[in-house]
Design a protein around this ligand. Sequence first.
Ligand code: ZN
Length: 215
Amino acid sequence: MELERSPFVRQVRSPRKEIALTFDDGPDPVYTREVLSLLRQASGRATFFMIGQQMESYPDVVAEVAAEGHEIGNHTYSHPYLTRIGAAECREEIRKTQRLIRKLTGKGARLLRPPYLDVGEEVVRIAQEEGCTLAGAMNLEARDWEQPGASHIYERSLECAVPGSILLFHDGYGDRRQTVAAVAMLIEKLTGSGYKLVTASELIASATIEEGKMA
Ligand SMILES: [Zn+2]
């Protein structure tokens, strides 16, 4: 069933030059670490939407991401289209990954990014019941998962880089060299123009505080 309005947080009203970079489909022993290195050089933080199965394969990479102060989000256990499986299975995809995140980092995820951003009313309701906010992104035209070239990924993402936006990239499931190259350029550009790289939860929280002040 079609949803009347988007259930995803893609952008918040932010009074500051803050932006949230997010990385799906990891952890990956090569590309996640390359992204971590870029973030470290920029003193930035980001959100990594991890797949449970990948977390089981690379628990040490999960620990490194958490230890460097980044946020870990839930990207389900086996990366299915959530609207194509039953409600019980959908809930288990989320819960199983929450348990892994809690086991490896000490706390559960607050954000869920459904694979392929595939949701319907039932998935939205289950996510809410599991205490997760749905995280979307502004730069879907960048399509980094199709490897359209680093400059394409960089340019389409830069167009969406305004205060309060959430941007999506992939650090796992395939060759991510283009993504890493694009993100390196983007981080240099953004930090050079005064942006602070924060986690998606930090971005959402700071906007909520600001809206509270304005109300
Ligand atoms: Zn994914």
